[in-house]
Design a protein around this ligand. Structure first.
Ligand SMILES: Cc1cc2nc3c(=O)[nH]c(=O)nc-3n(C[C@H](O)[C@H](O)[C@H](O)COP(=O)(O)OP(=O)(O)OC[C@H]3O[C@@H](n4cnc5c(N)ncnc54)[C@H](O)[C@@H]3O)c2cc1C
Length: 1013
């Protein structure tokens, strides 16, 4: 990584903002061979997520999960990182922009700074910042894994510059540094500058700023965080006492309730409040009372409804639907009196809490607004970058794309999707600058350790409080020293931070270690990082073993430190025993097929196919129907009023006419073999039913979902009852019938958020609002009643909900346990429901009952595909992503991606973003000319093989065969490393490399405390 723009100017892409969105976009571009300049105005990259403690929906410690990504961002040779840098001017056109950047001086030489912290110790006033609840530190290293790993100096605060210079042994202080302007030629720009959070200082009724126990969500995250002001101890800011009752107040600064608030919904706040309440219960005492005051609980993402259910039922988080109107500090008790009006119309209630957390929403900062103005970017009514429903990450300026919070309020998974989509589009504007197969890292030559006795180094990571808060890491390291063949055992703080990695690197070299054990977190997220470290230190990367103390021990036994200590010792002993038997392995590689198979020809499938074909890739688009279009082919209008059939027709024609796309209609997938980069998929094609096999490197599933049509509320029995999709068609095709209707009732959550389908279908609330507004456009006198459980018009769709209410649509809430009842009438339907405010049952006669039935997975089809492709699905039958936040569209089988509603319910705009993102992710593989196979392949010992055929029969991929010499042979290039053959072989003639029997048995011995020599 360089902190200067040193790459050749052609083919560069500028990414503005190094939050999670910017990092993802930069990484995708770099992996697909583009040169990137990533700038951030802050001292380090990471953005908002570096302030968070854990993140929903998996409640990972975010920095722990994402920091390998962050440092990969720093590691990528094709990314030039410029911190403390902003855009001053942009001119030119797509493919040919000239950008002027302005960089604030850091007064530190990044090449020399070792982040030792000496300057910080001696001159804290000009290096550190007040680590209170401040979340945008100006000069410090904001978190242990910060990138770049370097301090920044506020030279104006320094009283003795000479002394400061002298304190730095590395000679890294540069007092003469000045601001500078940098001019760049770039092909495209991606904007991901994020957003600010609403400042509630003006809200006197909540006493924010006056009473220290009223904090914002971001401040609460700082309190929970191990790198925060209380080192992760939950204490009340006013007096340091442990709180027993905490309240969250939703929609502060969003949904237009308070002074200066925005009218839109900030989309992520309901989930982050639930997360904060769950983490509070999980990490601290379960007895802490947590209460969330909310208007509508908007848990609309994939499986987010189950998250809410868990919060309520498993963690006993109180969810109170109401609008607190004031918080008043009670001097006598030191508590906070929160007064709220229950939504059943009963008189206000006052309850005392120890702390209140204001769930503040997002707003675009003044500086980002100005930057957009400089670039000529059109903003929407709320000052976010204006995008089109059919082009979700393109701004009004061709060649400038947007992702993340600046496009609209959203969470991490959606930010990641948009970032990959923006990267895909920006890549179109430039050509790959480099072949990226070569390992560009500087590694020491690999040392031959085959004749050496094991010399093991154990490095214990404290992971902040995640490990260090539960077990005594020093004591664990001392224990490590007692184990055989251990040469070094020490604590290394945050093992994945650059400074700790440097220490491990140096120790490996200095101490001539030949095996390494990391006592830290999950190998799933961090193994590659430590393997890379070994390579850099001249060791074969397979000589490291990770003991997952965090996930398997300190997280599980946080409340029982003694048990955690014992288990940590077991885990370290097991890893040490196993690594002794590890030996250097060789990785294999194969040439890469550049063709892509896209399954499903709806809006997502066609968009992803076009995105790839436009970049010169050959795409096979397999559609099981005789035409393209899918479900979007049946939708007439979007909520913004865009004409879907016109868009779909253009998309279809473009797909059919594109020379790089071969559409195969009536195609059913019947078999599949191979591995990423060289798949073979068999299709059965109707009506002739002939078989065709396609060779391809990547597979993208865009098989969509089905409109739910549950047999309920007289659907299918009574002509007055229809779904929102039927209504969408009626609105275009039978205006006379619409004009004749006097009353329309709509029921939300039909077939969603129920035992048969636990999740929210996401699109139904906006569909109902859209159709209600269209009905009123045609028939302004119509009475429309929408019976709902929570109105989930997230983001800017809240504007349409507001408009519907203004235009007289009546929204009435119903309880899950008391759904509306329907009865046929002569010319319509009678709908009976309980009005929660009146507390009475009401009946209305409707000419039409419109059911918001949402989307369900095409269970049968997705089950077949999951079986053939060996993919995982959710309980509802949607394809399961590999990692909700890091790889939201990558499936767990490498080389497979998912886009659109095959992943989970979404609207057309979101499907298009998905499709572009899946194409972007696919390009990161397709850019490579060879496939790295890793080393975990099965190996046959011909001396032991009896050619019994058990492996030939057992292998799910048909790889082993009996060769001419009469024993089993397994081609390492084809082996998937599943280990089935090794487990089945009766003669123990097959070993799975990296997981050999002696390693596993040594681990067990370690567990049983019978140490092997
Ligand atoms: C309290 C809270 C809790 C949350 N919890 C969760 C959660 O648990 N799970 C989840 O999925 N989401 C959560 N979110 C939302 C999540 O943080 C965002 O979705 C995500 O961080 C957005 O990433 P981004 O890259 O768009 O923006 P950011 O993370 O804000 O990054 C923007 C970056 O751009 C830089 N920048 C800004 N302006 C400029 C400029 N002019 N020039 C150069 N650089 C600039 C900034 O310094 C920053 O580094 C939470 C948000 C909050 C406020």
């Amino acid at each position: 990584m360089n902190d200067q723009a040193t790459m050749p100017s052609h083919n560069k892409i500028l990414v503005v903002g190094g939050g999670i969105g910017g990092i993802r976009a930069a990484m995708d571009l770099a992996e697909s061979g583009r040169n990137v300049v990533l700038i951030d105005k802050s001292v380090s990259i990471g953005g908002l997520i570096t302030q968070l403690d854990r993140t929903f929906p998996t409640n990972d410690c975010d920095l722990c999960t994402l920091s390998p990504r962050l440092s990969e961002g720093g590691r990528q040779e094709h990314i030039d990182l410029l911190t403390m840098t902003e855009v001053k001017k942009v001119s030119g056109d797509v493919g040919n922009f000239t950008v002027t950047l302005s960089q604030t001086p850091r007064y530190i030489d990044l090449e020399k700074c070792t982040a030792c912290g000496d300057c910080f110790k001696v001159f804290p006033e000009c290096v550190s910042f007040n680590p209170g609840l401040d979340h945008r530190a100006p000069t410090c290293m904001r978190y242990p894994q910060a990138i770049p790993q370097a301090y920044a100096i506020d030279m104006h605060k320094c009283q003795d510059v000479k002394a400061l210079e002298n304190v730095c042994k590395a000679g890294a202080i540069l007092p003469q540094q000045t601001s500078k302007e940098i001019e760049l030629e770039v092909g495209a720009v991606i904007l991901c500058p994020g957003a600010d959070v609403f400042d509630p200082s003006g809200l006197d009724h909540f006493e924010y700023g006056k009473n220290p126990d009223v904090v914002t969500s971001l401040e609460y995250e700082r309190i929970l965080s191990a790198s925060g002001p209380t080192q992760g101890e939950l204490v009340r800011p006013s007096d340091g006492k442990k709180p027993e009752k905490i309240a969250w107040i939703q929609c502060v600064g969003s949904r237009g309730l308070q002074k200066g608030a925005a009218s839109y919904c900030s989309s992520a706040c309901c989930m982050f409040a639930l997360k904060e309440a769950i983490v509070t219960k999980e990490r601290f005492q379960d007895s802490i009372e947590t209460t969330i005051f909310y208007m509508d609980m908007r848990t609309f993402g994939k499986e987010y409804e189950q998250y809410r259910e868990r919060a309520e039922n498993e963690f006993h988080v109180n969810l109170v639907r109401s609008r607190p109107h004031s918080i008043v500090g009670d001097e006598a008790t030191g508590g906070l009196d929160i007064t709220f009006a229950p939504d059943d119309g009963s008189p206000s209630i006052t309850e005392t809490f120890d702390m209140a957390v204001l769930s503040t929403g997002f707003k675009v900062s003044e500086s980002v607004r100005k930057m957009a103005g400089t670039m000529g970017i059109e903003l929407n009514a709320h000052d976010f970058a204006k995008t089109d429903e059919f082009s979700p990450v393109a701004t009004s300026v061709p060649g400038i794309y947007v992702c993340g919070l600046f496009e609209g309020p959203k969470d991490i998974p959606e930010t990641m999707v948009q970032a990959s989509a923006a990267a895909c589009l920006a890549a179109k504007a430039t050509q790959p600058a480099v072949h990226i197969d070569e390992d560009t890292l500087v590694n020491l030559p690999e040392r031959d350790v085959s004749s050496e006795e094991p010399r093991i180094g154990i490095f214990i990571c404290d992971c902040g409080l995640n490990i260090g808060g539960v077990v005594d890491t020093q004591n664990l390291a001392e224990f490590g020293k007692t184990l055989p063949q251990v040469a070094v055992s020490q604590v290394v703080g945050h093992g994945c931070s650059k400074s700790s990695m440097d220490i491990i690197h140096k120790t490996i070299v200095d101490e001539k270690l030949n095996r390494v054990v990391i006592g830290g977190c999950s190998p799933r997220t961090h193994e590659t990082k430590f393997q890379d470290l070994l390579q850099r230190a001249g060791l074969n990367k397979y000589l490291v073993e990770i003991a997952n103390i965090r996930d398997q021990d300190t997280w599980v036994h946080a409340d029982d430190p003694e048990a955690a200590k014992q288990k940590a010792r077991h885990l370290i002993r097991m890893a040490t025993s196993s690594v002794k038997n590890a030996h250097p392995l060789i990785e294999h590689s194969l040439p890469m097929h550049k063709e892509i198979l896209v399954v499903g020809g709806g809006v997502s499938g066609m968009t992803t196919a076009l995105s790839l074909a436009d970049q010169g890739f050959k795409v096979f688009l397999a559609e099981k129907a005789p035409q393209l279009g899918g479900l979007a082919g049946r939708i007439k209008k979007t909520i913004e009023g865009r004409d879907v059939p016109v868009f779909m027709e253009a998309l279809t024609q473009k797909t059919l006419q594109h020379p790089g796309i071969e559409v195969i209609f009536n195609a059913i997938i019947v078999d599949h073999t191979g591995m990423p980069g060289m798949f073979k998929t068999g299709l059965q094609i109707a009506p002739q039913m002939y078989y065709r096999q396609i060779e391809h490197g990547v597979t993208i599933l865009a098989t969509g979902a089905l409109q739910n049509r549950p047999e309920t509320f007289l659907l299918g029995e009574n002509p007055a009852v229809m779904t929102q999709l039927d209504m969408d068609t009626l609105l275009e095709e039978d205006l006379d019938r619409i004009k004749a209707m006097r009353t329309v009732a709509m029921i939300q959550c039909v077939g969603s958020r129920c035992p048969e389908n636990q999740n929210c279908s996401r699109i139904c609330c906006q569909s109902a609002v859209k159709n209600a507004l269209r009905l009123l456009d045609i028939n302004p006198d119509m009475r429309i009643f929408v019976l709902y459980r929570d109105m989930r018009t997230y983001g800017f769709t809240e504007d349409y909900y507001l408009e519907a209410r203004k235009r007289g649509v009546i929204f009435v809430r119903y309880e899950k346990d008391a759904p509306p009842q329907v009865r046929p009438e002569k010319d319509g339907i009678e709908v009976t429901f309980v009005d929660p405010i009146l507390g009475q049952s009401l009946a209305l006669s409707a000419d039409c009952l419109c059911l918001s039935t949402g989307l369900v997975a095409d269970d049968e089809a997705s089950e077949d595909l999951a079986m053939i492709f060996r993919l995982q699905r959710t309980g509802e039958g949607f394809f399961l992503e590999d990692h909700v936040k890091l790889r939201p569209l990558d499936l767990s089988t490498p080389g497979f991606f998912v886009a659109g509603t095959a992943h989970s319910p979404k609207n057309i705009k979101e499907c298009i973003a998905d499709a572009q993102a899946a194409a972007g992710r696919a390009q990161t593989l397709l850019a490579k000319n060879s496939i790295e196979l890793g080393a975990a392949v099965a190996r046959v010992d011909s001396n032991k093989c009896a050619a019994c055929l058990v492996c030939v029969r057992a292998c799910p991929f048909d790889i082993p065969f009996i060769n001419a010499d009469g024993y089993s042979e397994i081609d390492p290039a084809k082996c998937h490393g599943c280990g089935v053959c090794a487990a089945e072989c009766p003669a123990k003639a097959i070993q799975l490399m990296q997981f050999e029997d002696d390693q596993i048995l040594a681990k067990l011995d370690g567990l049983l405390e019978r140490m092997v020599a």
